[in-house]
Design a protein. Structure first.
Length: 345
């Protein structure tokens, strides 16, 4: 449990593995001292699957492995909301699903997965508007659909976290904050990710302003960073907030090495931790999560890779930033090992 000054460290577990086996993922995270993880892709011996596609047998196997490695699911890192808002050919490979079908099938399944893994949090996104279109023109439809998803989560006693990311309707902190304001449901929170703004060409000062815009709706923080606020030619940004070729991005770095100024962001987070933690705990959430998604070996639209060594490098970089600004956190120590063995100290 986090203190009023502290955060809960977590990581998207698949980033810590090369072959994405559950044992590889869990071994890496446990060795690094983490106690929480976000579940996205995993291989339980039948090929790599998204959490949404796991069978009941695989869920049971994964829960057993969690007990063995002393891990708990922080969030279901679902792809909910990474589909087109409208059925038009815009030159992308993004799929379109009629919303009523999407709500009844995909969203319901995400809620089932959250209950199966005993987490209160589902990570999701704000839908794709047509490429090169003004996302503000699609804000009303996005608000309506996100509102229905949020209400479905609320009825299931869950919380839906909306992540800021390029190419979506909520591609900036200001747009995401407006979605949050209009939905106006306690089951909707926002997930900040500085690198997802840096790659769109925003300066560190602009990133911090977007952080401030998201603070009233903040739920948790994803951590990765990028070395430069400028896109490479292969990245292909269409101006700030324009279309980004996510699969061409190649300069992700740990939180203490990039352009986002995570120290300033976490120093500001520190001032709001007691209030934020109380608000989250009222919804059954154990604390304020800081979830590593480093992409230090590369990343794209639907995931990234860091490897066990890269995840360790990213975790140590994050801890250096948190130590610098005085935000408390916990990594497993010998007392935890003794407690796991049933030995009281």
């Amino acid at each position: 449990m986090a203190t009023s000054r502290g955060v809960l460290l977590s990581a998207l577990a698949d980033e810590a593995a090369f072959k994405l086996t559950a044992v590889e993922q869990f071994s890496a995270l446990a060795a690094l001292g983490l106690e929480y993880y976000s579940l996205r892709f995993v291989d339980l011996g039948r090929g790599v699957k998204n959490v949404m596609d796991l069978t009941l047998r695989e869920i049971q196997e994964l829960r057993h492995l969690e007990d063995t490695y002393g891990l708990n699911v922080a969030s279901i890192a679902s792809p909910i909301g990474k589909v087109k808002l409208v059925d038009v050919d815009d030159g992308t490979t993004n799929r379109y699903v009629p919303f009523k079908k999407y709500l009844a099938k995909d969203v319901a399944k995400a809620c089932e997965r959250a209950h199966a893994f005993e987490t209160k949090l589902i990570r999701g996104f704000s839908f794709y508007s047509p490429r090169d279109a003004d996302p503000a023109a699609y804000l009303e439809q996005a608000v309506d659909q996100i509102g229905q998803i949020t209400e479905a989560c609320h009825r299931s006693d869950l919380t839906f976290g909306l992540e800021v990311e390029a190419n979506l309707v909520g591609r900036t902190g200001h747009l995401l904050a407006e979605i949050h304001r209009r939905v106006n449901n306690p089951a909707l929170v926002l997930v900040f990710d500085a690198a997802n703004l840096i790659v769109q060409g925003f300066s560190p000062a602009e990133v911090f302003k977007q952080w401030e815009a998201m603070k009233p709706g903040l739920g948790w923080v994803h951590v990765k960073d990028y070395r430069s606020p400028k896109q490479s030619a292969s990245g292909g940004s269409g101006g700030k907030g324009g279309h980004v070729d996510e699969d061409a991005l190649s300069h992700f770095v740990p939180a203490d090495r990039g352009s986002a100024n995570h120290a300033k962001i976490f120093a500001d987070l520190k001032t709001m931790l007691p209030t934020l933690q109380k608000r989250l705990q009222r919804r059954g959430i154990p604390g304020v999560l800081v979830d590593l998604e480093p992409h230090v070996r590369g990343g794209g639209q639907f995931g990234g890779t860091s490897g066990p060594d890269g995840m360790g490098i990213a975790l140590r970089g994050l801890c250096r930033v948190l130590d610098k600004v005085g935000v408390a956190y916990h990594l497993r120590d010998f007392d935890d090992l003794l407690a796991a063995r049933g030995i009281l100290t």
